[in-house]
Design a protein. Structure first.
Length: 589
């Protein structure tokens, strides 16, 4: 008779070092907890118990559709021993005739059904009662116990795990070697260094965000050259604006208390007057917009609101005139020493004009990254060449360079490399000497001539992911070398541009510390669209302000429709169809 095996999955911890429940982290399209339960259930002789604790109500939904006994250990905070005891008790209640149990956790993503089988086979071959998983010159979970040890496990202290107990029975211990068990997830760095076969769009964005370097500051950039950049430091006003009380319109300067008198016009003050004038009782002065108010005056009456009698005297006919009206006080724009504009402000034409007005000549801004752009492919020829059979004009560099310049990035070095790994490696090393972001276009798929990802890693670049569950742009590569970011974009022009907008543009926005260039919003689709679930689709679309229309020619090699598009329509990976009138998310280009 085949032995019955219980699997106790400990998933009660609070994931304090991670900052969010690790049980719900996604791996190969499923949560870590769903992944390990599914692997435990792959053998029909297993009975699976999941022990929850912290965040139990949040985590429960990850177990929907699976067969297991689920319990909540209210004493989880006391230690792992309390969860082991609770799990064993639940297991023996559900399956009293169990012959052995395997204790495992949910944060070892490469533990699977072969691991459980290896532990059981080792127990039968070695005739031992305890089988631990061996890795990296040590051992740990998953660990198998025969039923002879159930009583000792039920007597564990709350704060102890099983390791202390195992140390007492090393003569009955054997190891099942399984090096992938060394990979567990305790911190964000652990998770984002995890290699996946394929990840979701959101996972890709999160991974890139985790590896973003700190923005850098460029100091003393000339004010006229700062358009579109983001101010990195506060600017205080060296002078008050205006530096003198000035008229805000053409009219007559007077003392408000004399507004009901007949006033003599004694002078005229045009804008640009540099001599301060004095107004005496019974007088007014003709004044023009921007001119300095004379001493003794406190109000300006509009020229349309006066009459002049036969003796040349001014009479005010403005019943709504108030003291100080039509006068710009000293410092009413900004006072000397006050904050003129704060760090984080986008330097728009108006901002540049404002700063020029207070005499600012230089600013500190968040600097734009230097870009390296490597195009690969024997079939690519520059514009103006004569095409032979099998050759095409290279277009990716033109569209990507234009997109970069549109974002305010002008330091761009372009390289074209044949399909030769040795030449590519030399070019990558050369490009990485000068750039903050390296984009390689083409050669990132899985064909015989697609060797870019391997050559990049040979240059010391650490791969963070390769392949996303999306269309177009599935084979996107992302890695880093120190603070340099490396993107491998697909060679198909539509795929390359889509990936640029989705993944590279937000990086540039971060480095420039400015609002997102690609805005997202919900709208109504006016066309039916059907697809298989499993990939997020990004459709080239046209948004007319009310509804969005998917365009023709959605294939990844075609740019004609992209040239007419003003948005990407997002059809999520778990969605198989949308119908006219449905709400969809779009990303405005």
């Amino acid at each position: 008779m085949k032995q019955q095996t219980g699997i106790i999955i400990l998933a009660a911890g609070s994931s304090s070092r991670l900052g969010k429940p690790k049980q719900l982290l996604q791996f190969e399209g499923k949560s870590l907890l769903h992944h390990i339960v599914e692997k435990a259930n792959s053998d029909p002789t297993h009975h699976t118990v999941v022990v929850l604790g912290s965040n139990d109500s949040l985590i429960l939904h990850a177990l929907q559709g699976l067969q297991q006994t689920t319990i909540v250990n209210t004493n989880w905070h006391k230690g792992m021993g309390s969860s082991i005891k609770a799990g064993l008790q639940a297991l023996l209640l559900a399956a009293p005739n169990i012959d052995r149990c395997i204790i495992t956790v949910c944060d070892q993503p490469f533990v699977d059904h072969t691991t459980f089988k290896g532990l059981k086979d080792t127990a039968e071959n070695q005739k031992k009662g305890i089988i631990a998983t061996g890795f990296k010159n040590t051992w740990g979970v998953p660990v198998l116990f025969s039923k002879d040890y159930f009583e000792q496990l039920s007597l564990l202290s709350d704060q102890d795990g099983a390791k202390k107990m195992i140390a007492q029975y090393t003569d009955d211990l054997a190891l099942f070697p399984f090096e992938p068990a060394q990979f567990d997830i305790d911190t964000p760095a652990d998770y984002y260094q995890l290699k996946h076969q394929m990840i979701s769009v959101q996972e890709a964005k999160d991974n890139i965000a985790f590896h973003l370097p700190q923005p850098r500051i460029q100091t003393a950039i000339a004010l006229p050259d700062s358009l579109g950049y983001v101010l990195a430091t506060d600017i205080k006003a060296n002078i008050s604006i205006p530096g003198f009380a000035q008229s805000s319109m053409d009219g007559y300067a007077l003392q408000f208390t004399e507004k009901d008198q007949a006033l003599s016009i004694v002078d005229e003050i045009p804008a640009g007057t540099i001599t301060e004038k004095t107004l005496f009782p019974g007088q007014c002065m003709r004044i023009f917009t921007g001119a300095p108010l004379p001493r003794g005056a406190d109000t300006v009456v509009m020229q349309e609101k006066i009459t002049i009698d036969a003796k040349g005297k001014v009479h005010v006919v403005d019943s709504e005139l108030q003291s100080g009206m039509n006068v710009r006080p000293i410092g009413s724009e900004v006072a000397q020493g006050a904050l003129a504009i704060q760090a984080g402000s986008v330097l728009s034409p108006a901002a540049i004009g404002y700063l020029a007005g207070i005499g600012c000549t230089q600013v500190n801004v968040f600097t734009a990254p230097h870009i390296g752009l490597i195009l690969t492919g024997d079939e690519l020829l520059p514009l103006g060449s004569t095409l032979a059979f099998g050759q095409v004009y290279e277009s990716n560099s033109h569209q990507l360079e234009a997109a970069l310049k549109q974002m305010g990035v002008h330091e761009i070095r372009k390289y074209h490399v044949k399909d030769d790994p040795s030449a590519l490696k030399i070019t990558i090393e050369q490009a990485l000497e000068h750039c903050d972001i390296l984009m390689l276009v083409g050669g990132v798929s899985v064909g015989d001539y697609d060797f870019v990802t391997q050559v990049v890693q040979d240059c010391g670049v650490k791969q963070h992911f390769h392949r996303i569950r999306q269309k177009p742009g599935k084979p996107l590569f992302f890695g880093s070398r120190k603070e340099q970011l490396i993107f491998g974009l697909p060679g198909n022009p539509s795929s390359a541009l889509t990936c640029f907008y989705l993944y590279v543009a937000p990086v540039i926005d971060h480095l420039l510390q400015r609002p997102a260039s690609i805005k997202s919003m919900k709208t109504t689709i006016n066309y039916d669209y059907h697809k298989k679930a499993g990939l997020t689709h990004f459709l080239k679309g046209y948004f007319d302000g009310n509804t969005v229309q998917p365009l023709h020619a959605q294939e990844s090699y075609r740019l004609q429709s992209f040239a007419q598009a003003n948005c990407l329509i997002v059809i999520p990976e778990d969605t198989s169809s949308v119908c006219i009138g449905d709400q969809v998310m779009i990303q405005l280009l």
